[in-house]
Design a protein around this ligand. Structure first.
Ligand code: AMP
Ligand code: ZN
Length: 481
């Protein structure tokens, strides 16, 4: 079995990885706050996690992935209160949209999508354990806080200088000036607007709602056990979110929370993080309007290593649109081909080997995409040459299916055009082209070349290119229907 390695934020090193039980990778991925549509910055993180889960399977393990949906927090409560609605009124449609957008990006379903509001008893259970262990206390305002000074390991993940996190201290840098790093809230006493928006629950400490970090400790433990194999998120979650999750989980259980911490870097726009509050977001609906398929965004994002920042540029997106079109044409060609050559089989072998090696070495997606394109180039040359070796062709198809099963970059007509009428139109055209090509074959067999030529012109007039090769006739649409 080949090696598999990932960068662990905890150790700041690339380390060998295997699931604790040798079979199933138990992976927790912090999910979206469902109050506004996710943007493609969020999707950069979710796509890195999608690539990770597919790569873990390629390596031969099963994956059990949990992605939480944060459906109660300050922003959600504020929008609900402003609109005179409940938090669920806000979060339900956005959750539905998230799943739709996720499918547009071809992000596979996680095994569980737990909601914070459906796990209040589990969260209260953790707070009780922390109180019992002297790691939490009730403050004058009725809220419960975590007592950081009683958890000496605090700060290991983010490597914050422990002197800056004394009770009452604030982190001095600008980046963190919104984060008060005094003891953080585990349970917040209810305010009138929490009650009004349906964001308050009973607890042994009175009415209230959970602090943000608590849901991830509670839901990961419920679905994955006390020690996770991998915990992922974007780099902005390292502090304070993941640091606080560790304090809560390890404080409550006394065992290591996650064996491996993986964080994806930011998607930027002109040097700034893509973020709702900056107002520079691109959403899936923008992409749909511009007829940019989700697979083009996958290609764009996989072209840069997940631990490097990536600046979104229009030209790069356009070139990704062209790149996936090439993959689509190749997929078609491979499906229609009648035979291959030994060189094709060898190229398949090499591509698959390089592909695995790249991904198993800390998810080197740019190199994996490179291996796919190297294969497409040599396979296209071999198909031009024509071939009769069925086993070689099959080997090529297998390699392509393996690589595309992980990257998932082949466009489908409905990706760009969800319009059923246009799809039907394309299907009709394909049927018509196939029947005209059959008539042309008959004309050629009967040596009626002028008729065969006329049929070819007739087909080309519909925007279809016809190419005769040793492996038979191929066609493709070069102009819209
Ligand atoms: P949120 O909905 O704000 O809780 O974020 C969901 C996920 O998206 C988290 O893992 C964030 O770290 C990640 N994220 C937010 N903005 C970006 C960005 N510009 N680039 C990459 N990941 C991001
Ligand atoms: Zn989380």
């Amino acid at each position: 079995m080949s090696e598999f390695a990932l960068y662990n934020t905890m150790s700041r090193r690339v380390e060998p990885f295997a699931p604790a039980d040798g079979e199933t990778v138990r992976m927790y991925t912090c999910g979206p706050t469902v109050y506004k549509p996710a943007h493609i910055g969020n999707f950069r993180t979710f796509l890195f996690e999608d690539l990770l889960r597919r790569t873990l399977r390629l390596r031969g393990w099963r994956v059990l992935q949990v992605m939480n949906l944060t459906d109660v927090d300050d922003k959600i409560i504020k929008s609900a209160a402003d609109e005179g609605r409940s938090v669920t009124d806000i979060t339900e449609p956005v959750t539905e949209l998230f799943h739709r957008d996720r499918r547009f990006m071809r992000i596979e379903d996680a095994e569980v999508y737990p909601k914070a509001t459906e796990h209040i008893p589990e969260m209260i259970g953790i707070v009780k354990r922390l109180m019992d262990r002297g790691l939490a206390y009730r403050a004058d305002d009725g809220s419960i806080y975590y007592a950081i000074s009683n958890f000496p390991r605090y700060g290991r993940l983010s490597r914050l200088d422990t002197r800056t996190i004394k009770p009452g201290a604030r982190v001095a840098t600008d980046e963190y000036n919104k984060e008060d790093v005094r003891d953080f809230a585990l349970w917040k006493a209810a305010k009138p607007e929490d009650e009004r928006t349906g964001a308050a629950w009973d607890s042994p400490w009175g009415r209230g709602r959970p602090g943000w970090h608590l849901e991830c400790s509670a839901m990961s433990m419920k679905y994955l056990g006390e020690t996770l194999d991998i915990h992922c998120g974007g780099v902005d979650l390292i502090f304070p979110h993941h640091e606080d999750e560790i304090a809560q989980s390890e404080g409550a259980t006394g065992v290591e929370f996650a064996r491996m911490w993986c964080h994806g870097e930011f998607l930027l726009v002109e040097g700034s993080k893509m973020a709702k509050r900056v107002g520079n977001v691109v959403t899936v609906s923008t992409l749909r309007d511009q007829k940019i398929p989700g697979v083009a965004v996958r290609h764009l994002l996989f072209n840069v290593h997940y631990r490097k920042q990536l600046n979104l540029k229009d030209e790069a997106l356009e070139s990704s649109v062209r790149a996936v079109r090439r993959i689509g044409e190749f997929a078609d060609r491979l499906a229609k081909a009648r035979g291959g050559t030994p060189v094709l089989a060898r190229a398949a072998e090499e591509a698959e080997r390089d592909f695995r090696a790249a991904l198993f070495d800390d998810l080197n997606a740019p190199e994996a995409v490179g291996a796919l394109f190297t294969f497409i180039k040599s396979a296209n040359a071999e198909l031009d040459r024509g071939g009769t070796d069925a086993a070689a062709l099959e080997r090529g198809r297998q390699a392509f299916a393996t690589m595309d099963g992980v990257l998932d970059l082949t466009p489908r007509p409905e990706d760009v055009d969800g319009d059923a009428d246009a799809r039907l139109e394309r299907e009709r055209l394909a049927e018509w082209v196939e029947s005209r090509l059959a008539a042309r074959r008959e004309a050629r067999a009967a040596r009626d070349f002028s008729r065969a030529d006329a049929i070819r012109q007739e087909i080309e007039a519909r925007g279809v290119e016809v190419k005769d090769g040793p492996g038979g006739t191929e066609w493709r649409l070069v102009r819209g229907v």
